[in-house]
Design a protein around this ligand. Structure first.
Ligand code: IMP
Length: 191
């Protein structure tokens, strides 16, 4: 028998449950305030959509998109929020924090805009890969080093719409044949 190339690490039901718990926690912590969720495109979209629906109806939603440049993980804002965040309670919504470089840069940028507060909610946290210290107020799951796809996470733009999270066990083989997961899951698809 050949070794499996992928393994499901968090299933749909577990994701649904954990997102509901995070939502309840945030709802309680922000009682009496009107936070604005700022989703980091594109990876946060499924998580944002699910989390958002557990929050108070006064909660607002915004998105932004980042461009990474340089080795140190510096970022600039490619697509900004529609409304200013000055004076607002901002909750950054991330799919995953890995080295922490992206989030540290983003926090620095948003801090210059004088929000009332900034906190981070990330679905996944690769804590043992951290290069810079960065505050993460809410996390869904701590995960290991493996490359993950699904529920927002992509490989070259693909697989963001999978309902569960999968770890790639053989990155070399996956790079050669990125359609292999689609074929394994659906018996069809991309090459
Ligand atoms: P950081 O700056 O190293 O924390 O990088 C965070 C970004 O790396 C995330 O927003 C993702 O775009 C990407 N990333 C990190 N780990 C994974 C993974 O396992 N799958 C897909 N993307 C990942």
């Amino acid at each position: 028998m050949t070794n499996p190339l992928f393994v499901e690490v968090v299933g749909e039901e577990e994701l649904t449950e954990r997102v509901a718990q995070l939502g309840a926690e945030i709802r309680q912590d922000y009682e009496g305030r009107e936070p604005v969720l700022v989703g980091v495109l594109n990876g946060s979209v499924p998580f944002m959509a699910d989390l958002f629906r557990h929050l108070d109806p006064t909660t607002e939603s915004e998105f932004l998109s980042l461009t990474r440049f340089g080795e140190e993980g510096r970022v600039s804002i490619a697509l900004d929020t529609l409304e200013p965040i000055e004076g607002r309670d901002v909750l950054i919504v991330e799919d995953i924090v890995d080295t922490g470089l992206t989030l540290a840069s983003l926090r620095r940028i948003l801090d210059t805009r004088n929000p009332s507060s900034v906190a981070v909610v990330t679905l996944l946290d690769k804590t043992n890969r951290r290069i810079v210290e960065v505050d993460v107020e809410y996390r869904g799951f701590e995960v290991g080093d493996e490359f993950l796809v699904g529920y927002g996470l992509d490989w070259d733009g693909r697989y963001r719409n999978l309902r569960s999270l999968y770890a790639v066990l053989d990155m070399g083989a996956f790079r050669e044949d990125p359609g292999s997961l689609a074929r394994e899951l659906f018996g069809t698809g991309l090459r």
